[in-house]
Design a protein around this ligand. Structure first.
Ligand SMILES: Nc1ncnc2c1ncn2[C@@H]1O[C@H](COP(=O)(O)OP(=O)(O)O)[C@@H](O)[C@H]1O
Ligand SMILES: N[C@@H](CC(=O)OP(=O)(O)O)C(=O)O
Length: 448
């Protein structure tokens, strides 16, 4: 039995939903279907989730949002109309949205309820359509399915008991359609995962029902060795390990959420990335282990939006607790760090720039001066991190040399180099403006 997740691009229009229905009809093993909210129909289009977030924000700030509700209603009405389904689902969406918005007060749990509606109604549309073509399909809410999550609005984590709850769904007959992207706390509050989180729901469901395979349907034939918006028609990856994929997803391969691997990995379920628009293509298999190949680098990813705080202090290495005290300051300010490369007398803390508001920066710099008595503090802004990833690179001669040469050939300055402790990646910090040039040069060096 398989779990299939269809992303926003796969349910963006009636035409796409018909392709999804054909894929489900063709494979009776697909018993659990997870769907995202309708996404972009072309590159200039909008995602329903973005509009819902804008509605919630405008509502909280007392700004008009009627035109956005209208836009969402039009998209759903058009889909329903073209699938010959009753418009009742669109009316229900309108009513649910108004109820979720309720009072004028800013209330973050309500934002999550509003954000989830794209997935809820996408799942309702798909189950109605599958039923209309004669399949036994039922809409299953994550609460009924037993997906229990932590109370972290917009950034939920799955709780262990979910898996046993989901296993119980196996006894139900027919095809169960589950909206992705959210779960419920033990107290019954709806909380969403981070953006792109329907991939996480798919993985949780696959782990819970002990599926033989988790298929993640999107709009590309495979995971490519590099983001296709940076390199034209890059090489495809046929097999990749969980470890490699997690590093690459984290570093910018937006095709699959980096938090979506662990649930499936923990119970040994392989994941396959496939194309709704070309289901015949074999896709990319994500597995626990693979045969070593001569080419140890499997992919190159890069992402911007980082900044780094560098401190140096003579004899830092001999000062007991220095690193802990520095990181404690970030923790006290509720800032999580991404990397913390260090030397004998210096240490950098790399964080996501959007966490580093002017106020936080002032407090952190002040505390470092007052409490740690450092010699130097420097902030590097607008950084990008590039990850060169591949199992086996730790025992392959010349990978670092090839990578640094490629970055140098692109005339890009390296602000930071870090051989990840994971042993499957090498990280380079560069200025964000240089990202595409550096990635293109690395691609050429490793894959052309
Ligand atoms: N290395 C990569 N391989 C394949 N696709 C990638 C990669 N990096 C980024 N992408 C982008 O990810 C997109 C698919 O993810 P996403 O837009 O979230 O799809 P969905 O709507 O199915 O959830 C692709 O269209 C592609 O532009
Ligand atoms: N709709 C949500 C969740 C999701 O996973 O979407 P997609 O499959 O389109 O990336 C979002 O936009 O974040």
């Amino acid at each position: 039995m398989k779990v299939a997740k269809f992303g926003g691009s796969s349910v963006a229009s009636a035409e796409q939903i018909k392709k999804v229905a054909a894929i489900i009809t063709d494979d009776p093993a697909k018993k659990f279907i997870v769907v995202s909210a309708p996404g972009k129909r072309n590159k200039d289009d909008f995602k329903i989730t973005d509009k819902l977030i804008e509605i919630a924000n405008r509502h909280c700030q007392g700004e008009p949002y009627g035109h956005l509700t209208e836009t969402i209603m039009m998209r759903f009405s058009e889909i329903l109309d073209q699938l010959n389904l009753s418009s009742a689902i669109a009316e229900e969406l309108h009513q649910t949205l108004e109820e979720a918005l309720g009072s004028n007060e800013y209330d973050s749990p309500k934002v999550d309820i509003v954000k989830s509606l794209g997935e809820v109604f996408s799942a309702k549309v798909l189950s109605a359509y599958l039923t209309s073509i004669g399949l036994n399909a039922t809409y299953t809410n994550p609460e009924t399915a037993g997906i229990i999550v932590s109370d972290e609005p917009g950034n939920a984590r799955v709780l262990e008991e979910s898996f046993a709850n989901l296993y119980a769904l196996r006894k139900n007959s027919g095809i169960q359609i589950i909206p992705g992207f959210f779960g419920y706390t033990k107290a019954g509050k709806l909380v969403t995962f981070s953006r792109g989180g329907s991939d996480i729901t798919g993985s949780i469901v696959a782990a819970g029902v002990k599926a033989e395979l988790y298929e993640n349907f999107t709009d590309v034939d495979s995971v490519f060795t590099v983001n296709p918006s940076i390199v034209y028609r890059p090489k495809q990856i046929s097999t990749i390990t969980y470890k490699e994929m997690r590093e690459l997803s984290y570093a910018g391969f937006s095709v699959f959420h980096d938090e979506a691997l662990i649930p499936a990995f923990n119970v040994g379920i392989p994941v396959c990335i496939k194309n709704t628009n070309n289901p015949e293509a074999p896709g990319t298999m994500i597995v626990a282990e693979k045969e070593p190949t001569e080419q140890c680098v499997v992919g190159i990813a890069g992402d911007g939006g980082f900044c780094s705080l560098y401190v140096s202090k003579y004899l830092m290495n001999r000062e007991l607790g220095f690193g802990r005290k520095l990181l404690q300051i970030f923790e006290d300010e509720h800032i999580s760090f991404e990397h913390a490369p260090s030397g004998i007398d210096d240490m950098s803390v790399v964080i996501r720039q959007n966490q580093f508001t002017a106020e936080k920066e002032r407090i952190i710099l002040q505390r470092i001066q007052d409490e740690l008595n450092v010699d130097t503090i420097k902030i590097h802004r607008d950084l990008a991190m590039i990850m060169v990833v591949g199992e086996g690179m730790i025992s392959t001669i010349g990978v670092a040399q090839k990578a640094t040469k490629a970055i140098t050939d692109a005339n890009v300055n390296m602000v930071m180099i870090n051989q990840g402790s994971s042993e499957v990646s090498m990280m380079f910090g560069i200025q964000e403006v240089d990202l595409n040039r550096a990635v293109q040069s690395l691609y050429k060096a490793f894959f052309e």
